[in-house]
Design a binder for this molecule. Sequence first.
Ligand SMILES: Nc1ncnc2c1ncn2[C@@H]1O[C@H](COP(=O)(O)OP(=O)(O)OP(=O)(O)O)[C@@H](O)[C@H]1O
Length: 285
Amino acid sequence: MEIKAEKLTKQYGKDFALNNFDLQLSGNKIIGLLGKNGAGKTTFMRMLSGHFLQSGGTIKIDDQSPFNNYPVTKNICFIQESNNFHEKFRVHEVLDIASIYYPNWDKNQAKELTKIFKLKEKQKVKALSKGMSSALGIIIGLSSNAPLTIFDEPYIGLDASFRSTFYDLLLESYENNPRMFILSTHLIDEVSKLFEEVVILHEGNKMLHESSEHLAEKHMILTGKKESIDPLMEGKNVIHEKSILGQKSVVLFDEVMESVPSDVEVSKATLQDLFVYLTKEEVKR
Ligand SMILES: Nc1ncnc2c1ncn2[C@@H]1O[C@H](COP(=O)(O)OP(=O)(O)OP(=O)(O)O)[C@@H](O)[C@H]1O
């Protein structure tokens, strides 16, 4: 699966939800799509899923536009934050409809996951709690076996234990049937270990697209006495700094330093922290 967005733009009145957004994704991997509230993540995922048309630019999946194009969209399963399954249906009916839409639907997997998430097949959608409704979306996302499966914060209402079950199942499903997953989340620390690649959207544009490995390599935290740290910061891209009681800690981005003085400690930031530092308003990149 090859995704290519070029100068992708979505405008609402005078406001741009996406503005000349370029992105290329390919291969079977789990990709984290991160961004602050309003960054444009859902807008991008909706266009990727063919739900609506862009105002400008192009979006192609394997060289085809997804909008209104079932041969493309049957291979895309988009699970949204609030699933909006029709209230009059029962759980098994929602699953039956999904099984017709998605050509690679795995009925046994859906049955097993329904048990794991403790959903009753005969229960009506309108009687599902928020967490149960999220679970139903997750069951569809995983059982669809769609070559491109997109989860937009699919865990609303799910408790920590079921969220952890979801992450385990996602990994298991990926290992059994490698495909492209795009996962948009604000709970970055919970899932960062799953991401092979990370995309950060900021104010309707791409701020960063890196493999997790490269992202770890291209930054460093330096901690030590202020006198030792200050000279190391000169001319460097410092995305965060803090000082406590004469001890200073700085985060350098896009910088590789072969060696540091012996009294300076080198460590790595979590993805969550990097995300926060990079998307803070005062950071210039
Ligand atoms: N239907 C709409 N009409 C007008 N503006 C919209 C509409 N949908 C989205 N927007 C605007 O587009 C921008 C991007 O919204 P989007 O939902 O894509 O962001 P997001 O990154 O998914 O945010 P969140 O993390 O809060 O879900 C926001 O400024 C939002 O207000």
